[in-house]
Design a protein around this ligand. Structure first.
Ligand code: TXA
Ligand code: MG
Length: 329
């Protein structure tokens, strides 16, 4: 038995015993529990410090399990599942009786996905059932994209960390409301709107017309300790230098087109020109700037196309008002 097979067997037995397992996926690491064990699911909320009103995603080993968790799968949802699974797409559909209300936060819909990571798929196959898993970070903070991030976030709160290396995609899955005739994006992520529309052969619906409410859309989320300020790309250098002169320890997300500009700041991350590489490194870079002692991060938004939408969504929310400013999160 290889070390990896042993780890997967161990993780499956922890899940069977009602424990929590951190598992790698292609997007970010998840904090997993047996979806059908209400006590284990309750512990996820407790360990993350997540309000019970935020529903979880049920991870399955393959699209053939859709009908186990979902009531009446529409043809468009099947088409998307066939095309994008395993992959960074989460479908919100009508909850079937097997999907427990604890995991769906009492909603009559359930979010399901098949992750595209060999270790996650091996675990799901060894375990046999569904695994509910939110990102394996404390509520509101930056999602983990490697096993060290998970340990730093959750420590003893998790019973076993299954190490599958660094996540390839780096931002969470795209969440699509597929309950209606025309799907709509509830959260941009690893599968782009352009990819979805190419498969559907029609434009997506605008989210505001979606009958599904998206719980957990707090203004501050995905946030490092440092404050995040967003400015136009050409103003990043000047803004960073001004804040540094004012006494901040400034971290800069330097746009690729300004990569050669000298910047007087505490720490500089050069943003890769490719959106794929930007997404892959985004959360790690935010953590890195925190670790280097930055108290302010100056960044700009990428173009609103392809993966740029998901990156922009995370940066905006990282820059959103913090709980101390709004009274809640
Ligand atoms: O890539 C991902 O999606 C990662 C990996 C671990 O799979 N998971 C993840 O989970 O990002 P989490 O819990 O951090 O975010 C899931 C979001 C929730 O915040 C909620 O907004 C949405 O999914 N969600 C879950 N169930 C839903 C439902 N029934 N209706 C609408 N939104 C739902
Ligand atoms: Mg999350």
């Amino acid at each position: 038995m290889t070390a990896r097979t042993r780890d997967i067997e161990k993780a499956a037995s922890v899940l069977r015993a009602g424990g929590l397992v951190a598992l790698p996926t292609e997007t970010v690491y998840g904090l997993g529990a047996n979806a059908e064990d209400p006590a284990a699911v309750a512990r996820i909320f407790q360990v993350k410090g997540r309000p019970p009103s935020h529903p979880l995603i049920v991870h399955m080993g393959g699209a053939e399990h859709l009908d186990d968790w979902v009531e009446g799968v529409p043809a468009t949802a099947r088409l998307l599942a066939e095309h994008f699974w395993p992959g960074p797409l989460t479908l919100v559909l009508r909850r079937g009786p097997r999907a427990p209300l604890e995991a769906t936060a009492g909603l009559e819909t359930v979010a399901v996905r098949v992750p595209d990571h060999p270790v996650a798929l091996a675990l799901l196959s060894a375990f046999g059932g569904g695994v509910t898993a939110p990102s394996a970070n404390r509520f509101g903070s930056v999602s983990p994209t490697n096993a060290d991030h998970v340990r730093a976030e959750l420590g003893d709160g998790v019973d076993f960390v299954l190490d599958g290396g660094s996540c390839e995609v780096g931002v969470e899955s795209t969440i699509v409301d597929a309950t209606g005739e025309i799907p709509s994006i509830l959260r941009p992520g690893g599968v782009t709107g352009e990819d979805l529309e190419a498969v559907l052969g029609c434009p997506l619906a605008v989210p505001s017309t979606s009958p599904v409410r998206v719980p957990g859309q707090h203004p501050s989320h995905y946030a490092p300790r440092a404050r995040v300020v967003l400015v136009e790309p050409e103003k990043v250098v000047a803004e960073a230098e001004l804040a540094q002169e004012l006494g901040h320890q400034v971290g800069v997300f330097l746009p690729a087109s300004f990569a050669d500009a000298p910047v007087k700041a505490h720490a500089v991350v050069t943003v890769p020109a490719s959106l794929g590489a930007y997404a892959r490194g985004l959360y790690g870079s935010l953590r890195e700037l925190d670790q280097q002692g930055c108290d302010l991060i100056v960044a700009s938004l990428p173009a609103e196309e392809g993966l740029g939408l998901a990156i922009g969504n995370r940066l905006r929310r990282a820059a959103g008002p913090r709980p101390s400013e709004t009274g809640s999160r």
